[in-house]
Design a protein around this ligand. Structure first.
Ligand SMILES: O=C(O)CCC(=O)C(=O)O
Ligand SMILES: [Fe+2]
Length: 248
């Protein structure tokens, strides 16, 4: 199967009206990380060796609720247009912002930095880890919405670890998905499903069930696994997406 890229994959089901692309100017006033994070020892759990790992309870449920309430107020837009040849069909509502400060907070104020840089796991990340991609994406999937099978690209970015410092050339190596809702909040379906052999077959699928507050990381770029966000059948699936960045 030809590799389909996710980065330029707008799509729309027949039932959704085209929306004007959001052009956010101000960065959102993201809620504080309360209670202070992490609320549990961040233990990395491997779902697919060297390819997919999760941290459960990365955000406590109360914080997920605060975030969903806050994110509802952002100008989300339904992905418009028809996919071009070779592009993945993606049907969801999203908001995207370049926010280095929030990326830095997610990296340094959650326990993530320490957890990923521990000697035990350092080798997984494909380079010298610098932090998270400032390109923050928020997804909301309502019933009928999904993200069709695709591969995530590695992208070149430049990171400014502190204000006033010069940018460091970096590239993304792993995708981060932070799930803010799950069946516990009335969201059914919406699993992130991986296909280790580039074939979309039920027999080979590895379906990750949504869990409120769970952070999933999966390797992307040239050896990214084919994956999809399965259709949501009830409630709302909310996700914060960014990427892990290494020195280039
Ligand atoms: O929403 C999901 O479960 C998958 C999202 C995804 O694949 C992506 O952001 O590239
Ligand atoms: Fe993806």
């Amino acid at each position: 199967m030809a590799k389909t890229k996710q980065s330029k994959a707008p799509a729309q089901p027949p039932s959704t009206a085209p929306a004007a692309p959001a052009t956010p100017t101000a960065t959102p006033s993201w809620p504080a990380f309360k209670p202070p994070l992490p609320v549990v020892d961040l233990t990395l759990e491997s779902l697919v060796k060297d390819k997919v790992v999760v941290f459960r309870s990365f955000f406590p449920r109360s914080l997920c609720r605060d975030y969903v309430t806050f994110l509802r107020g952002l100008p989300l837009t339904t992905t418009p247009g028809k996919p071009k040849r070779g592009e993945a069909v993606r049907v969801n509502d999203r908001f995207q912002i370049d926010d280095p400060k929030f990326a830095h907070r997610l990296w340094t104020e959650t326990g993530l930095k320490e957890a990923l840089l521990s000697e035990e796991f350092k080798r997984l990340w494909n380079g010298e880890v610098l932090g998270l991609n400032p390109n923050i994406r928020i997804y909301r999937y309502t019933p009928g919405q999904f993200f069709d099978a695709h591969y995530d690209d590695s992208n070149n970015v430049s990171l400014k670890p502190e204000t006033g410092t010069s940018p460091i050339p970096a590239r993304t190596t792993w995708t981060l998905l932070l799930y803010l809702t799950s069946a516990a909040d009335g969201c059914t379906g919406g699993e992130t499903v991986f296909y280790p052999h580039d074939r979309r077959t039920a027999k080979e699928e590895i379906a990750v069930t949504l869990e409120t507050g769970m952070l999933l990381l999966h390797k992307h770029g040239h050896d990214c696994m084919l994956h999809e966000g399965r259709e949501v059948t009830g409630g709302e699936k909310w996700v914060i997406r960014t990427d892990l960045c290494v020195k280039r």
